[in-house]
Design a protein around this ligand. Structure first.
Ligand code: ATP
Length: 233
C-alpha cells in the first residue's frame, strides 16, 4: 500500500537519509525505530511532501507521491500527526475537530465527532474546553483525533508516546489497536521499544538514515545486540 524505495533526503548540504526502503501494508501497524537523529521524522516528512530535497520513490496505492504537495498527499489518504502537537489553542475541542473535517472516502472508515469521543473519552469530557486548557497528553490525543476527522486510510504518528504521562501512554496504545481494528494502517515513529512492541506488528530500525533491521519483535528479543547497537535501551 505504502512503499518507499531508496529514499534520500538532505537539509541544505547535510545528507540525512541515505536510501531508506520500507513498506506499510493495509491493516498493519509498523514501528519505525531508531535513536534520536536517526532520520525517523525526516522519513515521515518526505512521505508527507514536507521536504522537497528528496530522491528515490514513494508510492501509495500505486500512485507516486514524490512530486505531490502535502494537501494532495492527505487527499490520497495519508494522515500525519507530527511530534509537536498541532492544535488551535483558542478553539474548543469540538471546534478543533471541526477544523479537521474532510469529505468521507469510500475506502476508509468515516469518523464522526461522536465516534471519536468514544475512542477518546478524555476529550469527550472536555469537549467544550479550549485547546490550551488541555494537558500535553490530551493535546496529543486531540491532534490524532483531528487527523482522523480527515478520514485517512493510513496514519503516520511521530513519537506519540513522547513526553506524555504513563496513563495516557496506555490510552494511546488502546487507540492504536482500535485504529487497526477499524481498518487503518499505522506507521509509528518511536524510541520507546516497550510501547512499540505492545502496539506494532513488526519493526523497522533506522540508523544514520538507512534501514538496519526489519522484522518481528520476537527476533529482536532473541538478538538483544541489535537493540543495544541501534536503540537507546
Ligand atoms: P528525533 O527522535 O530526534 O525526532 P529522528 O530519528 O526523527 O530523531 P530526524 O528528526 O529525522 O531524526 O533528524 C535526522 C537528522 O537531521 C538529525 O541529525 C537532525 O539534526 C537533522 N535535522 C533535522 N531537522 C533539520 C533541519 N531542519 N535542518 C537541518 N538538520 C536537521
Amino acid at each position: 500500500m505504502l512503499e518507499v524505495t531508496g529514499l534520500t533526503a538532505r537539509y541544505g548540504r547535510a545528507q540525512i537519509l541515505n536510501g531508506v526502503s520500507l513498506d506499510l501494508k493495509g491493516h498493519e501497524v509498523v514501528a519505525l525505530l531508531g535513536r534520536n537523529g536517526a532520520g525517523k521524522t525526516t522519513t515521515m516528512k518526505c512521505i508527507m511532501g514536507l521536504l522537497e530535497t528528496k530522491t528515490g520513490e514513494i508510492r501509495y496505492d500505486g500512485q507516486s507521491l514524490m512530486k505531490l504537495p502535502p494537501h494532495m498527499i492527505c487527499r490520497a489518504g495519508l494522515g500525519y500527526v507530527p511530534e509537536e502537537r498541532r492544535i488551535f489553542p483558542d478553539l474548543t475541542v469540538e471546534e478543533n475537530l471541526e477544523v479537521g473535517q474532510r469529505p468521507a472516502r469510500e475506502d476508509a472508515p468515516e469518523w464522526s465527532r461522536e465516534h471519536l469521543f468514544e475512542l477518546f473519552p478524555n476529550l469527550a469530557e472536555r469537549r467544550s474546553n479550549l485547546g490550551k486548557q488541555l494537558s500535553g497528553g490530551e493535546q496529543q490525543m486531540l491532534t490524532i483525533a483531528r487527523t482522523l476527522m480527515g478520514n485517512p486510510k493510513a496514519v503516520l504518528l511521530d513519537e506519540p508516546s513522547e513526553g506524555i504521562a504513563p496513563v495516557i501512554v496506555e490510552q494511546m496504545a488502546r487507540v492504536i489497536a482500535e485504529l487497526k481494528s477499524e481498518g487503518l494502517s499505522v506507521l509509528l515513529s518511536e524510541q520507546n521499544l516497550h510501547f512499540a512492541r505492545a502496539v506494532s506488528d513488526r519493526a523497522i530500525i533506522i540508523e544514520k538514515g538507512a534501514v538496519v533491521y526489519e522484522g518481528g519483535f520476537d527476533e529482536l528479543d532473541a538478538n538483544p545486540e541489535i537493540s543495544q547497537q541501534y536503540l537507546a535501551v
